[in-house]
Design a binder for this molecule. Structure first.
Ligand SMILES: Nc1ncnc2c1ncn2[C@@H]1O[C@H](COP(=O)(O)OP(=O)(O)O)[C@@H](O)[C@H]1O
Ligand SMILES: [Mg+2]
Length: 436
């Protein structure tokens, strides 16, 4: 065994090394003369008095190699040596990672004792669209409002559109604890350090952590590290999907990934377009988001949070993401302010797969609730000021009667974990079959 490993590592030995030399650093961009490397290759920059600085080749300008760092660059000096790895970043993945927290490059952030890991590329192609199986099976999320009104399928990809403080983290943690998936890969990109700890210790807790891998790239990390965090999390989820598992990938937030790519793009000299986002942002998003979903081996159900401040659902990232995914959950600040949690606005949210995976009774009852909510909300102002007269419309009367019951049904404490079947059954009992 030992001998075999040694023999394999012989292939990786390089009999000679070729170095480049740093010539210039402007902002985030490092320019060097050499080495011979391709776009996407990892490089180490050798500096005095500290560990090598990792960087990635992101372009060329005349004879210069353009590099972006994964780390602080404070000790780089003119002439610092640059060594190429001759390959893009790979992460080490395996079952022993489950329960751990890793950084954007896949390195454990606390003592964990991970063993038996395999190298896995972070930049993979999406599954072939022609052989990608269709979504056929519902996923029990354990979140009543979603399971009943917006049923999701195993392998579906949805956006969670919300402003800050309306319950994204809480919803993700509930999903991690309650859902049917075999494992959760949770990417926290661009959050502050405190939020990360709150999420892992308070929201997720030991129960949620035990079948999750959390990938963390906080806001203070270089832009490239935040982008890599998203790619690494996706790669880890791909690995478990390739093992035949049902995986949940949750990325909070894809907006911050887009912002990180904008930083890289601007530094590399791309022209800014809408809201300063550069063309490479709109190239990255589909490439990233298409990697989740079904594959021939397993499923990767994906949740991408999108920040929509001031309810601007048409800002460019929200718009692009919505176009790529198979549904979206809108978390509504108005509901959160009323203490209605999870603050899912069912009228504004869509699951494009529900029609194919939910039973007839279930669909009809969900449709009925939607109509009742919509009728009530269209008359809400009149009802609130007492201007609506009972008896004026049978439909409005019914909506007025049932609205509080429906809203109560859609709320859920964080400790509750109803399975999809239970929730649908409860919905049919309470609201099924015409008038009640
Ligand atoms: N299901 C829920 N039940 C009760 N309170 C909730 C629920 N979801 C969110 N909240 C409240 O909303 C606050 C913000 O939620 P959080 O998930 O941290 O939002 P975000 O991640 O969108 O910033 C929480 O501190 C909590 O008080
Ligand atoms: Mg949060």
């Amino acid at each position: 065994m030992k001998l075999k490993e040694l023999k394999e590592s012989l292939h990786e030995l390089k009999p000679y090394k070729q170095y480049g030399k740093v010539t210039r650093v402007i902002g985030l961009m490092i320019e060097s003369e050499g080495p011979q490397a391709s776009i996407g290759d990892m490089c180490s920059i050798l500096v005095r008095g500290r560990e090598d600085i990792l960087a990635e080749v992101i372009g060329f300008r005349e004879q210069q190699v353009l590099l972006m760092p994964y780390d602080r660059i404070d000790s780089i000096a003119p002439g610092s040596l640059v060594e190429t790895w001759n390959k893009p970043l790979e992460v080490s993945v395996g079952h022993s990672l489950i329960g751990s927290v890793i950084d954007g490059l896949g390195r454990p952030m606390e003592e964990h004792g991970a063993a038996g890991l395999k190298k896995y590329s972070t930049d993979n192609d999406p599954p072939n669209p022609m052989t990608r199986p269709r979504i056929m099976e519902p996923l029990s999320l354990g979140v009543r409002a979603v399971d009943t009104m917006l049923t999701l399928g195993k392998g579906q990809r949805v956006g969670i559109f919300a402003g800050s403080g309306v319950g994204k983290s809480t919803l993700m943690a509930m999903t991690a604890k309650n859902s049917d998936a075999d494992i959760n890969v949770i990417a926290l990109i661009g959050e502050r350090g405190r939020e990360v700890r709150d999420f892992i210790e308070r929201d997720l807790g030991p129960e949620g952590r035990k079948n999750s891998i959390v990938v963390v790239a906080t806001s203070d990390k270089p832009a490239l590290m935040r982008i890599k965090g998203a790619l690494t999390a996706t790669a880890v989820a791909e690995y478990f999907r390739s093992q035949g598992m049902n995986v949940n990938l949750m990325m909070d937030s894809v907006t911050r990934v887009a912002m990180a790519q904008r930083e890289v793009g601007l530094a590399a000299g791309e022209p800014p377009t809408t809201k300063g986002y550069t063309p490479s942002v709109f190239a990255l998003l589909p490439r990233l988001l298409e990697r989740s979903g079904m594959s021939e081996n397993g499923s990767m159900t994906a949740f991408y949070t999108v920040l929509v401040d001031g309810d601007d659902m048409n800002e460019p990232i929200a718009d692009t993401v919505r176009g790529i995914l198979d549904g979206h959950l809108v978390l509504d600040r108005k509901l959160a302010n009323k203490g209605h949690f999870p603050a899912v606005n069912v009228l504004q949210s869509v699951s494009r797969v529900m029609n194919e995976i939910a039973g007839e009774d279930h669909k009809q009852t969900a449709e009925r609730l939607r109509r009742l909510i919509s009728v009530y909300e269209s008359q809400e102002d009149l009802i609130n000021i007492g201007a609506y007269k009972k008896g004026a419309s049978a439909e409005v009367d019914e909506a007025v009667k049932l609205y509080p019951k429906i809203m109560a049904f859609l709320q859920q404490q964080t400790e509750e974990s109803p399975r999809l079947e239970e929730s649908v059954e409860a919905m049919l009992v309470q609201f099924g079959g015409g008038s009640s």
